[in-house]
Design a binder for this molecule. Structure first.
Ligand SMILES: *[C@@H]1O[C@H](CO)[C@@H](O)[C@H](O)[C@H]1NC(C)=O
Ligand SMILES: *[C@@H]1O[C@H](CO)[C@@H](O)[C@H](O)[C@H]1NC(C)=O
Ligand SMILES: *[C@@H]1O[C@H](CO)[C@@H](O)[C@H](O)[C@H]1NC(C)=O
Length: 350
């Protein structure tokens, strides 16, 4: 059944590998060439499709065969991981390009984001009715103020966390694959991601009452958008802690490298090896460099041209923007607009 395999969307191949095998088994993966294939929609609805997904360990393949619906949701999550990672790091030198080294803080971020995203996507799929084996989350026991009442459909975080960790932690729970230190690092970071997700379960309310008077509100527990969870994890990425694998008592554990003896905190991302500066292309270290990256001349952040281009300089280019303009409201009820063109100067790194 090779045709289907070739049609695997690149956006799936890359992140699934990132999530599962790449960092663990350190196998060379389907590289950039996969990206040139047009993403096609792969629909997992037969158990033999599970064989077509690259890089799954046996317990993941088993989960796939026993729950095809869930697998479809996990594939959707893999796409989200890639999209969200790229958006979150668009202003950084490392732009979420594939990173071969599983011991860096970039890998730490990818693991945390993957774990959070899988559970997030499953929790939401329960709510939207895409999964037959779960439905809305429980109604909280907490008593609400007058004028508020529980209603609606809560995101099923509990189910999301259970099924999500079952899938995303499976490679780290294998006896043979990968070094002990790497596995501890990835399990820890995946848990940090899931904790960020737990923190993102917030009360959401909707107004009811005569003509929007809001005399009564129904509320439910809903998850914040992935984008916000990713920003939270990006902050943790920036302050991640370097650790070493050391004997503590009778067991080898990860402990912070430079700080006085303290255990690793539950909310910090950890990594074992420092990263390159990502300025230039070093294939061996998984750095694609910042040549041709877009930068911002006036920004004070990390996308500032001097920072992004590592002092190499940058080239301006002109871009034509087409915008809606001179909009006019017509009674009743529509708006007409003209199209205006505007030339803006943009910059890419030399
Ligand atoms: C599986 O999904 C494909 C694509 O959506 C569809 O064409 C096919 O009929 C489905 N097969 C089954 C057995 O549902
Ligand atoms: C990341 O940067 C590299 C190097 O400039 C570029 O080739 C690649 O397309 C970028 N990826 C994204 C998603 O922007
Ligand atoms: C560049 O950065 C400035 C300051 O942060 C911002 O106002 C502007 O919109 C940015 N330009 C682009 C093209 O992103």
């Amino acid at each position: 059944n090779t045709p289907l395999q070739l049609k695997l969307p690149a956006c799936l191949v890359i992140p699934i590998n990132v999530i599962i095998s790449q960092h663990i088994k350190q196998k060379p993966v389907i590289g950039q060439s996969a990206l040139s294939h047009t993403p096609a929609s792969l629909h997992i609805n037969q158990t033999q499709h599970c064989k077509l997904l690259p890089g799954m360990v046996s317990s993941q393949a088993q989960l796939c065969r026993s729950n095809l619906e869930l697998m479809q949701t996990i594939i959707q999550a893999a796409r989200e991981v890639k999209k969200t990672c790229q958006k979150t790091f668009a202003d950084m030198r490392w732009n979420c390009s594939f990173n071969r080294n599983p011991r860096t803080r970039e890998a730490a971020f990818v693991y945390a984001l993957s774990a959070a995203t899988i559970s997030h996507t499953i929790a939401r799929a329960c709510t939207s009715g895409d999964l037959r084996l779960c439905s809305c989350g429980p109604i909280p026991a907490q008593i609400l103020e007058p004028g508020y009442r529980w209603g609606g459909c809560a995101d099923n975080l509990h189910y999301g966390l259970i099924m999500g960790s079952k899938f995303s932690d499976a490679p780290m729970k294998m006896k043979r694959a990968g070094s002990h230190a790497n596995k501890l690092m990835h399990l820890h970071n995946a848990e940090v991601g899931r904790q960020a997700l737990r923190d993102a379960l917030v009360m959401k309310c909707k107004c009811h009452g005569v003509s929007g008077s809001c005399s009564i509100r129904t509320c439910w527990k809903g998850l914040q958008d992935l984008r916000e969870i990713a920003m939270d994890l990006k902050t943790k990425y920036l302050s991640a802690t370097k650790v070493v694998h050391r004997l503590v008592g009778t067991r080898k554990q990860l402990v912070p490298k430079d700080i006085d003896i303290r255990p690793v905190r539950e909310n910090e991302l950890v990594y074992l090896q420092s990263s390159p500066d990502f300025c230039s292309r070093i294939d061996k270290q998984g750095s694609v460099g910042t040549q041709d990256r877009q930068c911002n001349k006036t920004s004070l952040g990390s996308d500032n041209c001097d920072l992004m281009c590592c002092g190499r300089g940058y080239n301006p280019y002109m871009e034509k923007l087409v915008e809606r303009c001179h909009c006019k409201y017509h009674w009743c009820c529509y708006v007409t607009c003209k199209k205006c063109e505007r030339i803006v100067e943009k910059y890419v790194c030399k």
